[in-house]
Structure formats: structure tokens, C-alpha cells
Design a protein around this ligand. Structure first.
Ligand code: DX5
Ligand code: ZN
Length: 224
């Protein structure tokens, strides 16, 4: 089963509850929430109060992607606000093993994110600890950027390690994904596909989600 995760970054924030209900009606199980601090990435988005508000209007799994320089300080705050899973960037975690275990001990699933320029090999010593790995397929900071094809190679490398080592962490991909290329991500080994602008800026987000889910199912049948 492959999950499509709408990223609310491109949703209409004045009607966030309705926007979430629309994709929920299409059958998604997980929602992607982008947190940016203006330091790690050149953009600002939202903080714990918004996650707390979202938590009140949906039972979807909240996947919080921290693009911030100090995830050790803020991960517990987002978990307290209602995050079910929290991912941190490898590039800002000098004590990555400790950070992963801290998130898990706070009661959430722990993910590690890799920027396009960061090789998969940096995670070799934590693959048996993480719950999921997020491969960025754009440089983080903004929605609606062009997909970077090199990221597919990194997903294949991760999937190969997962099989060889008999591990079961999930592989997530984020950035530049939509109905036209979701199949490539799934064929490479992705379990969770994030999509922001392609869903929320489309004429009918629910229809777009369903098209992506169908394409993902077809690609999974080929992969299996
Ligand atoms: C980018 C964010 C993404 C973003 C994806 O830094 O991490 O989650 O919302 O948006 P699209 O799908 O428009 O590339
Ligand atoms: Zn994201």
C-alpha cells in the first residue's frame, strides 16, 4: 500500500479545515505539515499552534517535516501539539541517533530527511533505528519547484539497503510530485509520496488525489 500525503503548504490557509476535509474525502490517511524557520531554509511557515488546531479537526496521521535548525528543542513541542510522526534533517543533527531516539521516546514515529546534495550513505548507522526516511526531490523551502530526477537513484539505493538488511523503515519522497510522476517514485521504492501544489492548486484536489492513488497502485503492481 502506497500513501499519498497532501502537503498543506499549498492549501488555502484561510480555509484550512475545509481543505483538509476535501483530501480526507478522497481517502488519504496521512497529512504532511511543513515547518520552516527562516534559517535552515529561506522561508517561514507555521508553528505548534497551527498543528494543534489541525489536530482538532482531523484524525489523519500528522506527518510533521521540520525544516528548522534546532529540531531537538522543538520536536517535543510539535509532538505535544499533536504530531504523530516527526522528521528532522540529517544536515542539522550532529547527534542524529540521539535525536531519533528522543522523538520515539516522546511517543512519535521518527524520520530523517536528506537534502538533494546529501548522500544516502550518511544514514547507514541509523537505518535500523529510524521509522522512515524522507528523500527530498527538491531543495527544501518552497512548494511548486521542479522535481530533481537524481532523487530517484537515492530511493533505489535506500530500497536496496532495506531489502539487503531485512529492515522495514518506510521511504518517503517530497517535492515536485504529482499525477505525472508519482509512478516513478513508487517504482523506485517509495511508500509515501508527498504532494502539495499539484493537489491543492488543482481544480479539484480530491480528484487529483484519487488519480495519484490509482497511479501509485498501478506502479506498485509492477514493482511487486
Ligand atoms: C518543500 C516542502 C514540501 C512542499 C512540496 O520544502 O517540504 O513538502 O510542500 O510542495 P510541491 O509538491 O508543490 O513540490
Ligand atoms: Zn515537506
Amino acid at each position: 500500500m502506497v500513501e499519498i500525503l497532501p502537503s498543506i503548504l499549498s492549501a488555502d490557509f484561510t480555509r484550512l479545515g475545509e481543505e483538509i476535509a476535501r483530501v480526507e474525502s478522497a481517502g488519504v490517511r496521512m497529512l504532511h505539515v511543513d515547518v520552516m524557520d527562516g534559517h535552515f531554509v529561506p522561508n517561514l511557515t507555521l508553528g505548534p499552534p497551527v498543528v494543534k488546531s489541525i489536530r482538532k479537526v482531523t484524525k489523519l496521521i500528522l506527518d510533521v517535516h521540520l525544516m528548522i535548525t534546532d529540531p531537538d528543542k522543538f520536536a517535543p513541542v510539535f509532538i505535544e501539539a499533536g504530531a504523530d510522526q516527526v522528521s528532522v534533517h540529517q544536515e542539522v543533527c550532529p547527534n542524529l541517533d540521539r535525536t531519533i531516539r528522543m522523538i520515539q521516546s516522546e511517543g512519535a514515529q521518527a524520520g530523517v530527511v536528506l537534502n538533494p546534495a546529501t548522500p544516502v550513505a550518511v544514514l547507514d548507522e541509523v537505518l535500523d533505528v529510524v521509522d522512515y526516511v524522507l528523500i527530498m526531490s527538491v531543495n527544501p523551502g518552497f512548494g511548486a519547484q521542479a522535481f530533481l530526477p537524481n532523487s530517484l537513484k537515492k530511493v533505489r539505493q535506500l530500497d536496496e539497503r532495506r531489502r539487503r538488511l531485512g529492515l522495514n523503515f518506510a521511504i518517503e519522497m517530497d517535492g515536485g510530485l504529482g499525477p505525472e510522476n508519482v509512478a516513478h517514485a513508487v517504482e523506485a521504492g517509495c511508500d509515501w509520496v508527498v504532494s502539495g501544489s499539484s493537489i491543492f492548486l488543482s481544480a479539484d484536489p480530491a480528484t487529483t488525489v484519487k488519480a495519484m492513488q490509482q497511479s501509485a497502485r498501478d506502479a506498485l503492481a509492477v514493482r511487486a
